[in-house]
Write a protein that binds this ligand. Structure first.
Ligand SMILES: [Zn+2]
Length: 459
């Protein structure tokens, strides 16, 4: 009997060493338990929070990894992964649980690469954006799921067609002038979107996310914005048009980092489709309105791509380990991509944060803003750039910057309060006008000084 027991214990130990993570599908309760298990195993580098509830009241839980969970450290970028937005596309959900266990265990094992990643990055993982849809799909079981059951939320709405449409607004501004970033939400937007979408939008607005991926299934390809083509409303939506963002080169590189680090995505031929390098512009595949990745780019500082990860939307349990091994390196490398380009502080002369200061890169019609603590992050490919920081009531400051591969270049801006009246002189920063602007400022300074002579009294 004791021999049997010892053999059993040995087996148990062996199992733990060989397969520390279990490859199975996780229903909602199991998913929550797994998140808490990871948190309890790594309490000092994780935190769990809920961003809201689904239609049926299930929490949308996020697991956060950071060396200071719950705190934004200036100059440390925020990244997110979103899984299972379509409830029947389940691989992303399972991969994000595997990733969570992997990050925790490798940090404990003092894996230098993972320790550095967690020390330098704040990572937010939402394994399921559509837990109600998942339950509907999982009830069918992975063997013969009825096509599209569980794709939508419990109100039968496709969440990736449910974000406010800011593309139309942006395409108009591109032609006629107007903001090229942080486009405002429409009035009453909250009453026009589903609870899951609303929760995610509030989440996006409460963290200064820099990079993100949205994990789907049904194909194997890394898809980058725009998803919506400028002619979407007028043409046949099935007609495909390459619809690049002003950051097209960067997005293509982000998508390629994933596809080439992935076991087979980069090969291009998958699920009967062919995508060169395993990447595609969203609208050049098919145009889609009110999607999440376009919304990230047009409303926030976040650069999001959409990862289609499996031909079969609900893979059999036995396939999960192979999928994890095919995606593991790509999931890590993609997170590491947030450490490129430029970052820094935007402060005034008294070292106060200039939250909302705008960072513009000459030649790229898409600005980003500084976060609540005055820090900004601007993803850029290696090269030489002219970068300007502006804030209302301050003189713009322009710097020439070299971006190297691998590490971000630190560029701080210290803006001086402008003495000139704000409106007439403060136009968008343009190259070559600096000299004239300076001269005008000097003249205004004199006048301003003169006005400061005693001139008080009624009237
Ligand atoms: Zn999908």
């Amino acid at each position: 009997m004791s021999d049997l027991l010892s053999a059993f214990l040995h087996l148990l130990l062996l199992f733990k060493l060989v397969a520390p993570v279990t490859f199975r599908h996780h229903r909602y309760d199991d998913l929550v338990r797994t998140l808490y298990k990871v948190h309890n195993q790594c309490p000092y580098i994780t935190q769990i929070y809920s961003i809201g509830r689904s239609v049926k009241g299930r929490h949308l839980y996020v697991l956060e990894f950071s060396d200071y969970p719950g705190i934004h450290e200036p100059l440390e970028p925020e990244v997110k992964y979103v899984g299972n937005m379509h409830g029947d596309e389940v691989l992303g959900r399972e991969l994000l649980l595997q990733l969570s266990e992997f990050l925790c265990e490798e940090f404990q094992n003092q894996n230098q690469r993972i320790m550095r990643l967690i020390q330098e990055t704040r990572i937010h993982i939402l394994p399921s954006m559509n837990p109600d849809g998942y339950e509907a799909a999982a009830t069918q079981g992975p063997n013969m799921p009825e096509y599209l059951v569980g794709r939508n939320n419990a109100n039968k709405v496709d969440l990736n067609r449910n974000f406010p449409d800011l593309n139309t607004y942006f395409y108009y501004n591109e032609k006629h002038g107007g903001p090229n970033h942080h486009l405002p939400l429409p009035n009453n937007w909250e009453s026009q979107v589903e609870p899951e979408t609303k929760a995610v939008i509030h989440w996006m607005r409460s963290f200064n996310f820099v990079l993100s991926a949205n994990l789907h299934g049904g194909a194997v390809v890394a898809n980058y914005p725009y998803d919506k083509s400028p002619g979407h409303r007028f043409r046949n939506p099935y007609r495909t048009t390459n619809s690049p963002t002003p950051d097209d080169k960067l997005f293509r590189k982000l998508a390629k980092v994933y596809s080439y680090a992935h076991g087979w995505m980069h090969q291009g031929w998958n699920c009967g489709d062919y995508f060169p390098d395993g990447i595609t512009n969203g609208a050049s595949w098919y145009s889609l309105s009110k999607g999440m990745q376009d919304f990230n780019y047009l409303h926030t500082n976040c650069f999001e791509i959409t990862l289609e990860l499996s031909c079969n939307k609900f893979p059999r349990q036995e396939e999960l380990q192979r999928e994890w091994l095919g995606n593991r390196e790509a999931l890590i490398q993609f997170l590491e991509q947030v450490h490129q380009g430029i970052k820094g502080m935007v402060l005034d002369e008294n070292h106060y944060n200039l939250t909302g200061a705008v960072i513009s890169v000459h030649g790229i019609n898409h600005d980003v803003t500084a976060g609540e603590q005055g820090d900004y992050f601007r993803l850029l490919l290696p090269g030489t750039y002219t970068v300007t920081a502006t804030a209302p009531g301050f003189d713009p400051q322009t710097e020439n910057v070299i971006v190297h591969p691998g590490r971000p270049t630190l560029v701080n801006f210290y803006l001086k309060r402008s003495i000139a009246p704000v409106n007439p002189l403060r136009k968008a920063p343009g190259g070559g006008q600096g000299g004239r602007m300076q001269a005008q400022l000097r003249i205004t300074k004199k006048k301003d000084g003169a006005r400061k002579q005693p001139h008080r009294g009624p009237g």
